[in-house]
Design a protein. Sequence first.
Length: 243
Amino acid sequence: MSRSKHIGVLLVGKYEIVQESLRHLIESNEGLSVTGLYTFDHTKGSTSSVLNADVAVVYLTAEDQVDVVGHLLNENPALRVVILVAGADLDSQARALKMGAVGIVQIEQSAKLLVEAIRQTYAGETWLNQTVLHKILEREKHPSETSANHSRATDAESLTPRELEVIKLLAAGRKNKELARELAVSEATIRHHLSSIYGKIGVDDRLNLVIYAYENGLVEAPGSPAHHPAYRPSTNGEELNGN
């Protein structure tokens, strides 16, 4: 992605000191600017500030309601939501992902990772920590979900061998261009495959497709010995980049 492209960032949280610190960080990076501030109780911010943003950074603590993710996406479905986690539990993080968040950054990680998460999610990718993703997936496995999982597994049976191959490569971190090259097809064909896969298993994006693949045994779950990570670590090993 060209760094000359302007990215508008909405800051969401309840602490002014945190929002101002994030504003300084974001606006010190080329091509990024803060388009507005938004609070959980809507006392600050407006619909226009949400509509004008490309990426929302939500500062989420243990006391905050994760439903704000749904509210933001209802107002602007094209918005890319990154969660900056400051004590929120795994259940809250899992709910945020299910509501449409595409990135999670831990507050103890470096500032440059948050900036990179903004750029990558704006470019259509996901940004997740592999360890956290593994914990979330394990947390989501409950006996009461057996019938639902069986239904979803039945959906997977309708996938063609080529679609299963696409899913495995996608979970291994391939982008559309890399998928097209490895499978010797056009990117348009890859997009067609993904559209077909989404429709068959009832997901809307790559992140939920990868989660579905893990939960239904289509690929090895993160943390297993045979797993080739879907979210590859940076050189410092802190963060794992998306699709």
